[in-house]
Write a protein that binds this ligand. Sequence first.
Ligand SMILES: C[S@@+](CC[C@H](N)C(=O)[O-])C[C@H]1O[C@@H](n2cnc3c(N)ncnc32)[C@H](O)[C@@H]1O
Length: 212
Amino acid sequence: MENTDISRKTHWEQIYKNKSPSDVSWYLTYPGQSLKLIETMGIDKNQSIIDVGGGASVLVDYLIDAGFSRLAVLDISAQSLQHAKTRLREKANDIEWYEADITHFQPPHLFELWHDRAVFHFLTHAEDRKQYVQVLKNALIPEGHLIIATFAIDGPEKCSGLDVVRYDAPSLCAELGDEFELLEVQNENHLTPANIEQKFTYFRLRRRLVIN
Ligand SMILES: C[S@@+](CC[C@H](N)C(=O)[O-])C[C@H]1O[C@@H](n2cnc3c(N)ncnc32)[C@H](O)[C@@H]1O
């Protein structure tokens, strides 16, 4: 399937209408790898975090429980965000929700941490990746933190029926450019609800302080 704008949104809305959030292949009951990396950064609890393509993921629940007070979740699928809001009940009122394609997102304010698990890897066209990086630069403060998790270089070639681009450290850094310094790489052998192993790689980076 071509990962173009219209088909992209339709695809993801259908996924979240037809499947329960705990049946999708990327489902995690506990997003341990992301939480560990966020803990390593030692960021303050009042710093602003955006989970890009967070969908119905429970990362935001754990971040609320950890005391983070400025959280945002963005997803192309309204249905996925509705699942998360229903689950969180009144706690959902304290979250910023954005229904948007990340390649066209206009951030209303800056963020200190950008988290993306399994979204960037769907951008199979160079132009979309360029736009993603531009949005990232518009959204993240200088010296801001970045976590991107993609399928590993020897991971699956498709996710949710869509082609993906798999990354290792050199290829991911080449996409992001010199403004981002790679600090840590972690691997995850994710077990899908159908018990199939998927290799992910998590990249932790920091935006450099650009001095003109
Ligand atoms: C594989 S799922 C990962 C969900 C979540 N990050 C997790 O780890 O559980 C990919 C998510 O990204 C969303 N998505 C896909 N393409 C997107 C885009 N261009 N902009 C924003 N969200 C997108 C999908 O709706 C879906 O929720």
